[in-house]
Each structure stands twice: as C-alpha cells, then as structure tokens.
Design a binder for this molecule. Structure first.
Ligand code: KG4
Ligand code: ZN
Length: 325
C-alpha cells in the first residue's frame, strides 16, 4: 500500500510517499529556515505563510519523485499536533481536502509518535517492547512502547526541550540558528572536560530539565568574556563551552534512557527527533547500550529531523493493525 504523508508542524513543509510502512519512495522537505535565521528562532507567521504557498508544489513533487499518481495512494497521513497552530492547520486542511476529494482514508497523527517511528523505517527487525527517546526542538520525552497503539510516556522535560537548549546556547555564543548542528561542529574542536556543567536533577528521575544548564553557560560565558574585555577572547573559549555543554546534555539523555530500560526491563532503545542527529549522542548511547546488552537504533539523520516519511510509515502500521481481526 502507498501512503501519502503530510507534515507541517514547524517550519517545514514535508510530503512523502512510503510503500508498506518501510520503503521511502520520496521524501520532499521544503524548509523556510533561512527566513527565520535572522530572528534566532522560528517566526510562526512566516512559517505558515510559506507552507500555504508551497504545500501543493511539495505534494506534486513527492508524488512525481515516487512515480505514483494520487489515485495509487491507499491512505493519507497527516500530523495533527503538537506543533505551531497556523502551520498544523495548513497541513491538516490540505490533507482533509484530499480526503474529501478522493475518498481515500485519512489518519491524523501525533508528531511525537511519528518521531518514534522514524527509527523503524526500513527496519522490520526492531522488536517490541522498546524504550523511545524523542529529543527535538519542542519535546524531550521517554516512552515505553508496547506497540504503536500503546505508547506510554515515562517522563518528559519540565522546562526547555534538549534541542531548544542547543538553540539557546548557540544564540548565547553568537552562533547561527538552528543551534544543534553549530554546537556539534564547534564541539569537535573543543575539550568536553574543560568546564563541568550538569543538567538539573528532577523529582521523577525520568523527567528532564535543561533550563539550568543554559543559564550556567550564559553566566560562564559572560564572566569569561568580561574578564577578557578589550583583549581577544581566548581562542578555545567557545569550542570548549560548546563541547562541555554538549557533553553534559548527552550524558543526561544517555543516563535517563538507560535507566528507563532498567525500570521497565526492556532491552531495546529507539531514538528520534532532531537532537538524535547529533553524532556524539549517537556514539554515547550506542556504546552505553553495548555495555548493558541493550540494542540501540537511530534513524538515518534525514529522518531525525522533521519529515513526512515517518508519519506515512506510522500511519501504515496503525491502519494495518486496526484492520486486523
Ligand atoms: O525534530 P526537529 O527537526 O523539529 C522539532 O520537532 O522540534 O528538531 C529540531 C531541533 C532543533 O532544536 C535543532 O537545534 C536540533 O533539533 N538539532 C540538533 C542537531 N541537529 C538538529 N541538536 C543537536 N545536534 C544536532 N546535530
Ligand atoms: Zn519534530
């Protein structure tokens, strides 16, 4: 079955055709990121206006690239939330109009659940139950996944999301938006042990808190910039800050995800969301999993970031499951 996925929860306009939940035939993503960069974050009005202007073309491109016609599509999948309201409305209205015009079934999905599915694209071998870590710009949560219709949240962030912390720290350090890739690039040149940062403790050990560490970076940066006023900043200050911050966030994400496995006695981890594209996180979680006999799966990097293939894949699995007697 060919599924047409539509995703417009943030700045992206994404449409994808996926065959039988696994085979991604097209994955068209039009981002308005360059129009937001000068504001240091996504401006909702700009995002939704661009989505309205591009969605038809993006959908045509996705069908053409996949080599299928609208009449070949068996199911339409669309992100219903969470996300920016104006942006979600564009994708939802487009999907509902297609559903009414063609009579094809429509599934409206959680964006977070789609991020969990990204790791399953093309991987029939992942066994349930699993622990899912979703770390993106808007969310950071741990889930116990028994199957795609039974997903229980074990903990989530009490304040900033992990990606949001990367973005805010990048802004403090005068780097561009989005911050995650910039911090990762600079961290490669820095010493992760140079500055001891920690993420705040939480009452529920499976919750997260990232706003304290962002403030700690801000104070450290201000203090050391002031000390060096008039002189050139120490060459390594920003790379060391980036590496030390990244290391502390990665350590917390890894520790809590492994703890979630221990608490639930589950031995499979699937990670997703934009922060899951981070190479240091990928390496640290893989090696922690290896140590504990836990299988760790990451999506391909293109499917960590917002895309519609993950929504199409999840919709196929849910649709198939609902059809089972
Ligand atoms: O999943 P996503 O594309 O959108 C949301 O649903 O939020 O995630 C975007 C977030 C941004 O905060 C971005 O800075 C972060 O993911 N990100 C990264 C990396 N690439 C993107 N964070 C750390 N390291 C990266 N390589
Ligand atoms: Zn997302």
């Amino acid at each position: 079955m060919y599924v047409l996925g539509i995703e417009t929860s943030c700045d992206e306009t994404a449409v994808s055709v996926v065959k039988n939940g696994d085979d991604v035939l097209s994955n068209t993503v039009a981002s308005s990121i360059k129009f937001h960069a000068r504001y240091g974050g996504v401006v909702p009005e700009i995002a939704s206006r661009m989505q309205l202007e591009t969605i038809y073309q993006v959908a045509e491109n996705a069908l053409e690239t996949a080599g299928v016609k609208l009449s070949d599509i068996g199911l339409i999948a669309v992100t219903a939330g969470p996300g920016l309201l104006g942006s979600l409305v564009v994708g939802l209205s487009f999907a509902r109009a297609l559903h009414l015009a063609t009579g094809k079934p429509l599934l409206e999905l959680s964006h977070i659940h789609s991020h969990i599915y990204a790791g399953f694209l093309g991987r029939q071998e992942i066994k349930m139950p699993c622990i899912a870590l979703v770390a993106s710009g808007g969310h950071t949560s741990l889930f116990h996944v028994r199957d795609f219709a039974s997903i229980k949240e074990l903990g989530s962030t009490l304040d900033d999301a992990a990606g949001e912390a990367f973005d805010k720290v990048a802004k403090i350090l005068g780097l561009g938006y989005p911050g995650g890739p910039q911090i990762e690039r600079l961290a490669r040149k820095g010493n992760p042990d140079k500055i001891k940062f920690n993420c705040s403790d939480t009452k529920n050990a499976l919750d997260f808190s990232f706003s304290g560490i962002k403030t700690a970076v801000l104070y450290y940066f201000k203090k050391h910039s002031r000390l060096n006023q008039g002189k050139n900043q120490p060459r390594r200050l920003i790379p060391d800050l980036a590496a030390s911050f990244q290391e502390a966030v990665v350590k917390t994400l890894v520790q809590k995800t492994i703890l979630a496995c221990k608490v639930t006695r589950v031995s499979t981890i699937v990670a997703g969301g934009g922060v899951a594209a981070n190479s240091r996180l990928r390496q640290a979680l893989q090696s922690a999993g290896l140590n504990k006999g836990i299988g760790v799966f990451f999506p391909e990097k293109q499917y960590c970031l917002d895309n519609a293939a993950m929504a199409a894949g999840l919709a196929y699995r849910l649709f198939k499951r609902a059809k089972q007697p």
